[in-house]
Design a protein around this ligand. Sequence first.
Ligand code: CMP
Length: 138
Amino acid sequence: MEQTLSIIKPDGVSRCLIGEVIKRLEQDGIRIAAMKMLKMNKAQAQGFYAVHRDKPFFDSLTDFMSSGPIVVMVLEGDNVIEKNRTLMGATNYEEAAEGTIRRDFATDIEKNIVHGSDSRQTAEFEIGYFFNRFEFAV
Ligand code: CMP
């Protein structure tokens, strides 16, 4: 059994896509083990995306990610990291496969509706960034 962190980004929340994203996850057999809505400040967004701190898009990305509420979820299931990334589609929505969340809803490479951990190691850091062990329903 594997866990991963999923974020519905500020564009997904403001465009009322929370239900749509969750529906796609659940229909694919993914279980939501923990979930909450919050708004990051700039420093919190910088901490979350610290791995990208030297990238040219870091400032814009952390401005965007702290611009409004997000939904953070811990997803659980067999092979869930890969499964979630398949549902999301490629970072660049123009390269994302048909029927993926980003292909269907993203408007640019930054405002791409969702985030998902890319490895077990990243998932562990990202889940711990937002959740403590008392916040898991089961
Ligand atoms: P995410 O999966 O959250 O991981 C890093 C984010 O940086 C990415 O989705 C995009 O929202 C954003 N981003 C902006 N520009 C780029 C870029 N050129 N390449 C990759 N990610 C980018």
